[in-house]
Design a binder for this molecule. Sequence first.
Ligand SMILES: [Zn+2]
Length: 211
Amino acid sequence: MLKRRSTTLLLTMLLMFTLVVTTGAAAPPLSGVKVVVDAGHGGWDPGAVGVNGLTEKEINLQVAKALRNCLVEYGGAIVEMTRIEDRYVSLASRVKKANLSGADRFISIHHNGSVNPNHNGTAVYSAKNGSWQSHDLRNKVQKRLRQMTGLRDLGANTANFYVLRNTTMPAILTEASFITNPKEEQRLRDPGYLWREAFYIYKGLVDHMGN
Ligand SMILES: [Zn+2]
């Protein structure tokens, strides 16, 4: 009786050990992938501003930092940020940093603005002359972001944005929602909501890299 119990215990321990070793051995989904994360605006340039004063530059930075953490912690990716504080960085120096970094992907985080306070929706952009990888990444991130925001589909589009046009690696720009919509501005004040936005951008990138 005692012997059988200890055999069972031994087998259980062996199984747990195997599980730990197997799980530990699996490479994270973005292992070795280098990503530049670009928080739009900053410093004297607030970007779009909500009716109750929330600025695009601050939420872009929060989402960018959360995205960096997801990419590193869950994905095993290598991340470079174009800014990590509230300061102005020119579009040219953002692009220069990205192109010099030898990164595999570039993700620029923005939020939309409109004179119509009722307007809201989710959109992601890639460059008009972008590679198929940039369009694929855009489509997959758009799909994930829409799952998360539950907002109107404003499409996976092409645009002539400077940071998309001039970066040498596949690049996208996200506009998850409109900060000028008061209801949305309220949601964007919640750090948990911003974290989820980052996590779903991360998931889109994982979908794109085929893991
Ligand atoms: Zn912006």
